[in-house]
Design a protein around this ligand. Structure first.
Ligand SMILES: Nc1ncnc2c1ncn2[C@@H]1O[C@H](COP(=O)(O)OP(=O)(O)OP(=O)(O)O)[C@@H](O)[C@H]1O
Ligand SMILES: [Mg+2]
Length: 222
């Protein structure tokens, strides 16, 4: 389903050139749970963003179901992301002036759902993540772990077939980490394709495949 062919990404910066990804070739079949591990700065977030249609590779090709993602128009790529991809960002990217409920409504609104439907779905998701009492809180009025769960609810709002999660357990306590693991297991059982960047050993071993990144180069370890 996901195919990367000789993907490289070079960031040009006034401090110099960074080779974040070097010649990465890999395929991820539909329904697989894949984990990505590797030291800080080795290119994990860049790889996830590239798979999700958010970072244009410098060279190489990324395909989703045999469609070349970066040959689509910007609008086509935005539609693909909205309909089929759920992205959980390392830094959450919640909208600071919107409540938890409204943050989760955003992708539902963009997908054309009517307001009642948006709110019903957003409420169900947030309640499912134990945030029923925080619907009207803005991100700054929530703990980091709670913000992470709001972000996860937003990721899952449109029931994406591909879930890309960047360090989802980074800010969670052991109990919440356990719950998140069971959420990912359920998504996996439901047939979603899931790619997770993680430092959590338990989560890293959950996968059907584990990718290790070192200085932008990927190796399959499982
Ligand atoms: N927009 C950018 N412009 C310039 N350099 C960048 C940019 N984004 C990332 N980099 C550099 O690319 C390299 C890979 O970054 P990336 O965020 O993919 O790493 P990572 O493996 O996710 O790290 P971490 O575990 O700390 O989140 C780093 O050296 C980083 O400094
Ligand atoms: Mg990162």
């Amino acid at each position: 389903m996901i195919k990367l062919e000789s993907v490289s990404k070079t960031y040009r910066h006034k401090e110099g050139v960074v080779h974040a990804l070097s010649d990465v070739t890999l395929s991820i079949e539909k329904g697989k749970l894949v984990t990505i591990v590797g030291p800080s700065g080795c290119g994990k977030t860049t790889l996830l963003l590239t798979i999700g249609g958010l970072v244009h590779p410098t060279t190489g090709k990324v395909s989703l179901d045999d469609k070349s993602v970066y040959d689509l128009s910007v609008k086509g790529r935005a539609e693909l992301r909205l309909k089929r991809v759920g992205f959980l960002f390392q830094t959450f990217n919640l909208i600071p002036y919107l409540t938890a409920l409204d943050n989760v409504c955003v992708p539902l609104y963009l997908a054309g759902k009517v307001i009642d439907e948006q709110r019903k779905r957003a409420r169900e998701l947030l309640e499912g993540f134990g945030l029923g009492g925080r619907l009207e809180h803005k991100p700054a009025e929530l703990s980091i772990g709670q913000q992470q769960r709001v972000a996860l609810a937003r990721t899952l709002a449109n029931d994406p077939e591909l879930v890309l999660a960047d360090e989802p357990t980074g800010n969670l306590d052991p109990a919440m980490t356990g719950e998140l693991l069971s959420t990912f297991r359920k998504l996996h059982e439901a047939g979603k394709t899931i790619v997770i960047v993680t430092h959590n050993c338990q989560l890293a071993d959950e996968g059907d495949m584990r990718l290790e990144l070192r200085e932008g180069r990927a190796a399959v370890r499982k």
